[in-house]
Design a protein around this ligand. Structure first.
Ligand SMILES: [Zn+2]
Length: 384
């Protein structure tokens, strides 16, 4: 049996251990040690990574009571190795896991809900509860959770005797058999948990409850604690500060500033649409067909909607076609409309003459062309 160093002391990051077994596992190896500080994935927390000698450990898993250190290279059985765990990553997980216990304990005490799911990912930590909470309730939980940090309470990880356990009121997700490890934060939480925790609540630094959604009849809450909460605050501050400068509004009024901007934008958009309609009508009114009965119009702006309106409007005034060309990507895009000619029958000839791609219906062809302006003009001077 591997001696689980993390169980007694969550702060062991370097240790020496003897390899007791090394076997093929997946596309790499599973290394077993006589003692380890590597925490195997469990209780919602990922397995530790680090190194055994110079060999990187990418994950740690527990299977059938054995702790498997997963590597890409084999270790020598019987040899002693200096081992290191990635402690920055582990400490981040400890801060967030301990934070989760405080929050889950408070939600249970204040609102009688159970934590029914916990995932501590690389960037996100989520907590699922079997009942609905609103923002006001979450704010209350968040405030009291941070008070627990300010009180800098000890976080005790112990194995009580069967008799002691029988008298304890503790949270647990599943029926437990054998020795039960109880993590206690006096006044806030008592929970069965196998994971390493920080020694005192003060080390969590900060607990922030982020978004929440209704999920499977309850709620899912996103939590950030410790350094993650600081980094999240830093990022949010940078964003708000940029919006505040761009809108020239105080940071506390960014949302109202954005709402005002959106309302202005909607009004301008409605004005622009009306103006665009009037402009299209005026342009169509000025059109007259050439000797071949066609209308050709070069639009200066890249505006597909305008091109379509002119093409369809112009087609009513042409015996042949109304072709509108507008600039796009170094060449032209076009809309060709007609009420007299079945355009699909002409599509192949148009594509060939104007180095064009595209297609459409008998009433309207659209596409792109790499032809020169003179070439386009010459083409529509003849009837199609
Ligand atoms: Zn836990």
């Amino acid at each position: 049996m591997t001696d689980r160093l993390y169980d007694k002391n969550a702060y062991v990051s370097s240790f020496e251990a003897v390899v007791t077994d090394c076997r093929s596992y997946g596309d790499g190896y599973a290394v077993l040690l006589d003692r380890t500080a590597f925490f195997p994935e469990g209780g919602g927390q990922s397995g530790d990574s680090g190194s055994i000698g110079h060999i990187p450990v990418r994950d740690t898993q527990e299977e059938g009571g054995e702790i498997l250190h997963l590597t890409d290279l084999p270790c020598e059985i019987g040899a002693a190795y200096p081992c290191h765990i990635d402690f920055a990553l582990r400490y981040d997980r400890m801060q967030n896991h301990s934070g989760e216990h405080i929050v889950s304990g408070l939600v249970h005490a204040l609102y009688g809900l159970d934590n029914v799911g916990f995932h501590l990912g690389e960037t996100e930590t989520t907590l699922d509860f079997n009942g609905v909470l609103d923002r006001e309730q979450l704010d209350r939980v968040e405030e009291q959770a941070n008070e627990a940090i300010w009180h800098n309470l000890p976080i005790l990880c112990e194995y009580p005797t069967k008799e002691q356990l029988a008298t304890l009121d503790y949270r647990s997700k599943k029926e437990l058999s054998g020795e039960v490890r109880i993590v206690t934060i006096e006044g806030y939480d008592c929970c069965a948990c196998c994971a390493p925790h920080v020694a005192r609540t003060g080390e969590i630094g900060l607990i922030k409850l982020l978004d929440f959604i209704h999920y499977k009849g309850g709620v899912r809450i996103w939590l950030a604690a410790g350094k993650r909460a600081l980094l999240d605050y830093r990022e949010k501050y940078r964003e708000v500060s940029a919006v505040s400068r761009a809108l020239s509004v105080p940071q506390a009024e960014c949302a109202a500033g954005v709402d005002r901007l959106l309302a202005e934008f909607e009004e301008k958009k409605a004005n622009a649409t009306a103006l665009s309609r009037e402009l299209a009508e005026a342009r169509v009114a000025s059109l007259s067909p050439n000797a071949a009965g066609n209308i050709l119009y070069f639009l200066t702006e890249n505006d597909e909607l305008m091109a379509r309106k002119i093409a369809l409007g112009g087609a009513e005034r042409a015996d042949g076609v109304c072709a509108v060309f507008f600039p796009a990507g170094g060449g032209y895009r076009f809309m060709i409309a007609s009420q007299q000619i079945r355009l699909r029958e002409k599509a192949a000839a148009i594509r060939e003459a104007l180095a064009a791609r595209g297609g459409g219906t008998d009433d309207l062809l659209q596409g792109s062309s790499t032809a020169e302006k003179e070439q386009v003009t010459a083409f529509f001077e003849k009837s199609l």
